[in-house]
Design a protein around this ligand. Structure first.
Ligand code: ARG
Length: 469
């Protein structure tokens, strides 16, 4: 093994005792606790870069192979946890390069030819993004699977649909469940769009000006699975928009989980009692023995605040930076990994809650009331040829009349109804049946059983599509 160098990789000019980096700065400057997470991507990028150097005849094929073999040794050290750090290691790039040089000496010193950590780190981050996207989609997928399962197992269960948290119209529980699920599908689609958009290789941009040594960027792009190369080296090294996009995708997904959590928290109250959250996802109170708290869902709702704060964090970090790379950008990792990790936690918890929750179909149906059919009464008149605006007005009168008498809509006699509008007839009793009414909403996207089955099919096909990715 070659002798360990006590110096930083940039230390040519800073090497003497007086020039040693201030301790606090060294700590702040060190991104190792964060970027060690993509040691594998850094190694992948470096092996490919060594091959590109060989293709440009800047090193020999043998040297490229030696670099590749040594970097695989370094990879194994990371894997087994035997990799050692020195106080002078600034980040994952310096660790990998230092170890390479320790292992194979001078040949290792050729790897960084024409490369800068500026194009290296953004390349690594883009390579990590693939993993971030893949694992986030896998988490979303698991929630979608659980929700689809609940929705298909409970077809036919009716409950009040709410707007403004006021009882609005009867819907199926499955319809409600899938309303949240489609938002999660859109999250997957958004992430996949980002994957495409971000898939341009920055490597070969150097520190900022590009590469003067004939490195074939197009070849490198293919080699590393990119669709093409970034179009401007100064843009490439300073661009973290893909990180913003990723955190935005995570933020939006977390908001979707938060809204779902909020519905579930409400539905789990004694007042609603539509669902029971499993013991494994509930906690008790230290004071009140009867309590059964939906902490799991409150944490999911709370986590979204922290994920969204990462979004403003990355945007504020980028805001004042002048062109190209500045060290501020080092914080991109903190925001991206934090958003990713917290979303993973939230997804796991939500998946578990949905899988294990129990429905109380009776309470859901008991929460339905005849006034929720007022709209359907108006449609009844519409079917008899009354213009909707007028029908709405007539039903308004019926509702007021019933309210005055302290009765439900279905408790008004036909005679009285006909006094308000002559188009009322004996068949109005059919409108009183909730289930039959719900089945009328058979438009695509509606709450009729057939329409929900179509929605289930759409989601099942999408899950299949995700499987084939
Ligand atoms: N650790 C740095 C980061 O994460 C790598 C890039 C350093 N570049 C530099 N010119 N100092 O951003």
């Amino acid at each position: 093994m070659a002798q360990q160098s006590p110096q930083q990789l940039w230390g040519g000019r800073f090497g003497d005792a007086e020039g040693r980096t201030n301790e606090c700065l060294a700590k702040l400057n060190c991104s190792l606790p964060l970027d060690s997470r993509f040691y594998a991507e850094d190694i992948d990028g470096s092996i490919a870069y060594a091959e590109a150097l060989a293709r440009a005849e800047l090193i020999t094929v043998k040297e490229a192979t030696d670099i590749g073999v040594a970097l695989e040794v370094v990879r194994r050290e990371w894997q087994d946890g035997t990799i050692k750090f020195l106080p002078t290691d600034e980040d994952v790039h310096t660790v990998n390069e230092r170890r390479l040089i320790e292992l194979i000496g001078d040949v290792g010193k050729r790897l960084h030819t024409g490369r800068s950590r500026n194009d290296q780190v953004v390349t690594d981050m883009k390579l990590w993004l693939r993993r971030g996207i893949r694992e986030t989609i896998a988490g979303l997928r698991a929630v979608i699977v659980a929700a689809v399962e609940q929705a298909s197992n409970n077809l036919g269960a009716l409950m009040p649909g709410y707007t403004h948290l006021q009882r609005a119209q009867p819907v199926q529980f499955s319809h409600w469940m899938l309303s949240h699920t489609f938002a999660l599908q859109a999250d997957c689609q958004r992430l996949l769009e980002l994957k495409e958009r971000a898939n341009l290789l920055p490597l070969g941009s150097g520190a900022l000006a590009g590469n003067p040594l004939g490195v074939d960027r197009q070849w490198l792009a293919k080699r590393l699975g990119f669709a093409g190369v970034t179009p401007n080296s100064m843009y490439a090294v300073g661009d973290r928009d893909f990180v913003v996009d990723f955190i935005y995708c995570c933020s939006l997904a977390s908001l979707h989980l938060s809204r779902l959590a909020e519905d579930l928290i409400i539905y789990a109250t004694k007042e609603f009692d539509f669902i029971k959250i499993a013991d494994a996802f509930s906690t008790g109170s230290s004071l009140m023995p009867q309590k059964r708290n939906p902490d799991s869902l409150e944490l999911v709702r709370g986590i979204s605040g922290s994920i969204c704060s990462s979004l403003s964090g990355i945007m504020m970090t980028i805001k004042g930076t002048p062109s190209t790379y500045n060290k501020d950008l080092q914080f991109d990792k903190q925001f991206a990994f934090d958003a990713f990790d917290r979303l993973q936690d939230a997804l796991t918890v939500v998946e578990g809650v949905i899988k294990t929750m129990e429905l109380n179909r009776e309470s859901m149906e008991m929460a339905l009331s005849p006034d929720m059919l007022a709209t359907d009464w108006a449609y009844y008149l519409v079917r008899k040829g009354v213009p909707f605006r007028q029908a709405h007005h007539y039903i308004g009168e019926v509702v007021a009349y019933a309210e005055n008498l302290g009765r439900e809509l279905n408790e008004i006699s036909l005679e009285d109804l006909q006094k308000i509008c002559k188009h009322f007839d004996v068949d109005i009793v059919e409108v009183v049946d909730y289930a039959a009414n719900v089945e009328k909403y058979d438009v695509p996207g509606g709450t009729a059983t057939q329409a929900i089955k179509e929605q289930l099919k759409t989601l099942q096909a999408y899950l299949q599509e995700l499987n084939n990715l």
